[in-house]
Design a protein around this ligand. Sequence first.
Ligand code: GLU
Length: 449
Amino acid sequence: MKSQPVRTRFAPSPTGLLHVGGIRTALFAWLVARQNNGQFILRIEDTDKVREQKDADKHIIACLKALGLDYDEGPSQDGESSERGNHGPYHQSQRLEIYKTWAQKLIDSGRAYADPYSPAEVQAFREEAQKQKKPFLYRNHRPTDPPKWDGSQPLRFKSEPKSYTWQDAVMGELSTGPEVVDDFILIKTDGYPTYNFAHIVDDQEMNISHVIRGQEFLASIPNYLNLYEALGIERPVLATMPHILSPSGNKKLSKRDGAKDLLEYIKEGILPEVLVNFIASLGWNDGTEQEIFSREELIEKFSLERVQKSGARFDEQRLIWMNGLAIRNMDLSELYELCSSYMPRSSERTSEDYKKQVLGLTQERLKLFSELPELTEFFFSEPSEADVLALFKDPKNKRLKKLDNTQIKSLLDSSIASLEKSNFQIQDVEDRLNQLLIDLDSKPGILFS
Ligand code: GLU
């Protein structure tokens, strides 16, 4: 395995919006780089031209920026004239010549061959294996005399099946038998490499010391180990992240469980620092009861060894709770700076001082900035009579809905008259309303609903 310097990478495929699993991988890789004074590299793995989505790379860059996960090397950001770093290009689609050179090394050493079969023929082999209840292995059909590779056929790796035992920084010691090692495609007929090939070439070319990635690649690692050997590459540290599970914990997290595009959370007013803290807690803790970590603490305390092997439950309610906690602990002026743009439209006519006062009153209860209009609207606009009456007619309000409009108005008028003179200290408001109850000979349930 490789020794220092530490260089980690985040290598997303631009096939859609970045979700919490992807950004957790990025965060862990970033933390490992930062705590070792190493480098964090962003590489865009855009070799699947069918699934690629326009501008998904820009979205990925925007997410990293929003969370403050700065990269030392990678594609240019808005306003930058060139890429960062000197191991580029950092889009795989611009590295095709590099893959060809490495593919040629494998062809020359007899470890890659042109795959002469059509997809239908490969499918027939697969079905035959299924019928015989045997796992399908391509290498059982390896052609004895393959044609010279000219790019019109897939280029396949010629594996050397064997058992492996290796150390994963998260999963611990893992072993597999030779039956999981197979001949896989290195270069497709569209000229693009597969992930299986390209990431190994790039990690080597970019001097990556730690490969930190999702669990979906775990089953393929024996194939990668075989390819490292064939290429004479000393493999990096491998670290496999556990799955992120739905809130109930019984299946993988999906969009239906509320997993959103990362930028959505920021738009709703989740603080980036809270998001970073929350994402770090998906599968990692420092071994104590501590839940709230600053970025500096995370950099200091994070370790791959303390990432759990089993799936990590995603609980959006916990994220919102953490945000509320951070908001409560914030200095009012700082909070105002961050969330004044979320105040309701009707607040525009009022002074900054008044808005701050309103925010101060709401701070205790506020969990998401996007809730501010609903929570504060009534401080800024006089409700219409119809709005007020509608509130009282809420069917959930069992007692009040029995009152007619004249009774409601009269109750409200007396309440206003009584509270108008209040200094709005809790005790005073309470005393006045209690007095009103006595005066009106009313039940508390009606007045305090
Ligand atoms: N391009 C792969 C993906 O987005 C990345 C896997 C890796 O980190 O190596 O799933």
